[in-house]
Design a binder for this molecule. Sequence first.
Ligand SMILES: [Zn+2]
Length: 495
Amino acid sequence: MRRLIFSFCLLLSFVAIAAGQQFDLVVEGGRVIDPESGLDGVRNVGVREGKIVRVSVEALSGRRVVHAAGLVVAPGFIDLHQHGQEMESQRVKALDGVTTALELEIGAPDVAQFLKSKEGHSLIHYGTSASHVAARAAVFGAPLPAEVIGPHAGIPEILPKSGPATDQPATPEQIEAIRERLRTELDAGGLAVGMGIQYTPGATRLEVIDMFRLAAERRLPVFTHARSTGRVEPGSAIEAGSEVIGAAAITGTALHIVHINSTCLRDSLECLSMVEGARARGLDVTTEAYPYIAGMTAVNSALFNPGWREKLGIDYGDLVLPDTGEHLTKARFDELHSSSVTRWVLIFANTEEVVDKVIPHPLVMIASDGATGHPRNAGTYSRVLAQYVREKGTVTLMDAIRKMTLMPAEMLERSTLAARQKGRLQEGADADIVVFDAGTIRDRATFEKPMEPSVGVRYLVVGGAVVVDEGKVVPEVFPGRAILGPGKGRSDANR
Ligand SMILES: [Zn+2]
C-alpha cells in the first residue's frame, strides 16, 4: 500500500512538472542553427517570459505552437547600423529577419529623446550611439533637430549641411564642449560614440583622438564612418583606415569601422587586411558590409565637398535621386548641394565584383546602413541568404547566420552585457528568433522599389512575442525594447 501511495505521489509530481513545462511558445521541429555552440539540428524550442528556456529533441507543449518543420530557426538578426528607425522601416526589417536594429554609425542627435520616442511602440529592439557629428554641430551653434522622425520619409536628421560646423577645426574649448555633450548623451543610454568623420572634415586628427579618449574613459567602442573614400592621396581610404586604427591603438578603444565596402571600394580587401593586421596585434577592431553596389547619403553633406568626384572615381550622373530615379547633372548637383533642405542621393560607386569578395570575408559582419530610399533597408539579410548562401554558394548558411547574429552580438558586448543574451539560440538567451525558409528566402527591394519587403521569413519572435506570423507583420504588437549603454544606469543611480 505504502508503495502504491509512493508511486501515486511520484506520478503526481511528474504531472506537476509536466504542467510546469507548459511554454508560452514552442517553435517545433525546425532546423535550429546556433553559431556559438555549432548546433545545426532538428530541435524544439520552448519560450517562456521572453526567454528561450528549452532547446530539445523531446516534444514540448506550448500555449502557442509554431510548426517549423523544413524551416531554419536561428537567432534574430542584429543590425548594428540602421538609420531608419520609424515604423515603416521596422516592418521591412522584421520581414528581413531583423529583431534588433541599432543606429550606431552616427547616432541620434538626442539620445534621451530618441529612446523616449521609441518606448512602447517599437516592433523590434532599438538603441543608438552618442553622436559626435551632432555634438559638434550643436557646439558650433548649428544644432540638428532633435526629432527622430524627420520630414524626409522618416529618416532621422543625423547629418548636418556642409558648412562651418562640419568644415572648420574646433578650438580646444569647443573640443571640450563636444566631449561634455557626448558624456551627457552616453549618460542618457548611448551605446558607443558614433563618428561620421567624412561628414565633419574640419575635425582634426587630434579631435578624433580626443573623441576616442572619451570613449576609452567610458570603456565604450567608437563606431565610425572613416574620413575618406577612394585612392587619391592624401586622403585615401587606406589613410582614413590608418587614422582610426591608429586612434584605437593610441587610446585602447574598441573600434568598429562601418560599411568597409563603401568606404574602401576597390581597396576593400586591402582595408580588410589592415583590420586583420590590427587584430593580430591585439587591437579590438571589427567591421561590417552591406551587399549592394550603391551607397546613399545627404547630397548637401560635407561628403560632397569639392573633390568628391576624384575621390569616389565617379561623376554627377552616378548620383541618383531615389524617389524619382533622376540622374544628377552638374547644375542639379550644385543646386541640391547648396540647399538647406536635405535630399538623399544614391551613389553608384562600387562593383558587384568587390561586394562579392567582401561579403564572404570571415571578419565581415552584415549590417544594412538602412533607411528608406535604398533597398538595403528592406533586403540586406535576405539578399545575403539568397545570393551568397544559396545562389553563389560562397558563404555557408552557418557562417551567414554567424555574420548576422553572433558577431554583432559580440561586438555589442563591448557596450552592454545584455548583448550576451542576444545572437544565440540557446537556453537562457533572449527569445529573439527568426524562422525562415532557406530554400525560398530572397530580397525583393530594388533601387526602383526600395521598400518591397523580403519573402521567406515565416515567423519572427521579438522578446517572446510573435511579430511576423506566417509571413505577415502582426498589427499592434510592440515588444521592441531599448538596448542601453552603461551610462544610463549610472546617471539614474546618481539621481
Ligand atoms: Zn556611412
